[in-house]
Design a protein around this ligand. Structure first.
Ligand code: COA
Length: 160
């Protein structure tokens, strides 16, 4: 697979192909799909490496994208500095089961580590057995904590 598929950093020219994969990823995760908002946030992520990274798996001859991973940085005293979150991992259905997901995940771990992160976290649906098996093999351990989220409203524009 290494000979036919390469993993590289995403470029601004990948945005359309990435959005085409992000739509089914979000659908599978039950996340409302808002392409325009996501396109803006994705372009910003590609332009600001301090926020995180997007890596893609590319077929070498056709140069088509087969999958992608997104990892973004946080800061946690538990890890004495930066840590990171895998927020999205997706491989096209036709390309699954060939080790591409694992390569993307390992590449994300290597890259965030190089950037100084002391841990890599992710969230997974308990029912997603394929992904859980992949994550276990890749060295991720389930922690006995619950993740809670409070969605914060965007700051209202100041009255002038
Ligand atoms: C999860 C996903 C990224 C895996 O990608 P992939 O390229 O098929 O994964 P790999 O080929 O690298 O497989 C690695 C491991 O995953 C597990 N796995 C992959 N396909 C599997 C299958 N059909 N059944 C059971 N386990 C499977 C195995 O543990 C496998 O290890 P092995 O090859 O040593 O048996 C892919 O299935 C996907 O995009 N799913 C939809 C989106 C998703 O669920 N993302 C994760 C959300 S948190």
């Amino acid at each position: 697979v290494t000979r036919i598929v390469k993993v590289r950093a995403a470029r601004p020219t990948d945005v359309d192909a990435l959005l085409a994969m992000m739509a089914p990823f979000n659908r599978s995760e039950g996340i409302p799909w808002r392409p325009r908002r996501v396109a803006v946030a994705l372009r910003r992520l590609l332009a600001e490496p301090a926020l995180g990274m997007v890596l893609v798996a590319e077929e070498r001859t056709e140069r088509t994208l087969l999958g992608y991973v997104v990892a973004t940085f946080n800061y946690d005293l538990e890890f004495a500095g930066a840590d990171a979150f895998v927020t999205e991992l997706f491989v096209l259905p036709a390309a699954r089961g060939r080790g591409i997901g694992r390569r993307l995940l390992d590449a994300a771990a290597t890259n965030v580590r190089r950037a100084g992160a002391g841990a890599l976290h992710l969230l997974v649906q308990p029912s997603n057995r394929v992904a859980r098996s992949l994550y276990r093999k890749a060295g991720f351990e389930e922690v006995p904590r619950r993740m809670l989220t409070r969605v914060l409203p965007r700051r209202a524009p100041r009255a002038s």
